[in-house]
Write a new protein. Structure first.
Length: 186
């Protein structure tokens, strides 16, 4: 009986383990980590080695609870390389406690209060004649276009980010990885 219990437990463990892998496989990996659609945006982002700067910024801005909330949210998630491409000292300055309001503004210009998969964004771009205005929770307006089969977002300063990994489904929305930090005007 004990031997059967161990065998059953091992089989159950293998099935559960395989199910977890299959569950994550519906999403692309991000930053070398599986992304689970039963976890929140923050719960997944903390595992991506490519988003450590974004996670640090979200924590410094006090937005963890918001992005762990019910949503739905679409987050255009800049990589560490995108943050590193900002002028020298920009990230360090934004992370200072006295600059929290500015940091919140920058970060919330990457968040839309909707669950927008790339197919829906593509449709809006086509329906609007080649570009679609995207309103963010930070009050920014991004211009979404399509170039070479990829979604591009132009911020209010004229900078353009490309979606490099689309449709990373989350429990409370979706993440699209981008290659540039989007900035609000002025």
């Amino acid at each position: 009986m004990l031997k059967t219990t161990f065998r059953t437990a091992a089989l159950l463990s293998a099935v559960i383990g395989a199910g977890a892998v299959a569950y994550a496989s519906s999403n692309p990996e991000v930053g070398g980590a599986p992304m689970y659609d039963n976890k929140t945006i923050v719960e997944n982002a903390v595992n991506s080695k490519d988003h450590t700067t974004l996670v640090a910024a979200v924590k410094a801005a006090g937005l963890v609870d918001t992005l762990n909330g019910a949503g739905p949210f679409t987050v255009f998630a800049p990589t560490n390389e995108a943050f590193a491409a900002l002028p020298a000292g920009t990230v360090d300055t934004l992370l200072k406690p006295e600059n929290t309001d500015q940091l919140v503004k920058v970060l919330t210009c990457h968040v839309v209060a909707a669950d927008a998969l790339s197919a829906a964004i593509d449709k809006m771009i086509k329906d609007d004649g080649g570009s679609h205005d995207v309103k963010t929770v930070g009050g920014c307006t991004l211009k979404a276009t399509e170039m070479g089969g990829k979604i591009q977002l132009t911020d209010e300063t004229g900078g353009t980010a490309t979606v490099t990994i689309a449709d990373v489904k989350q429990k409370n929305g979706v993440i699209h990885v981008i290659d540039k930090v989007l900035l609000p005007k002025g």
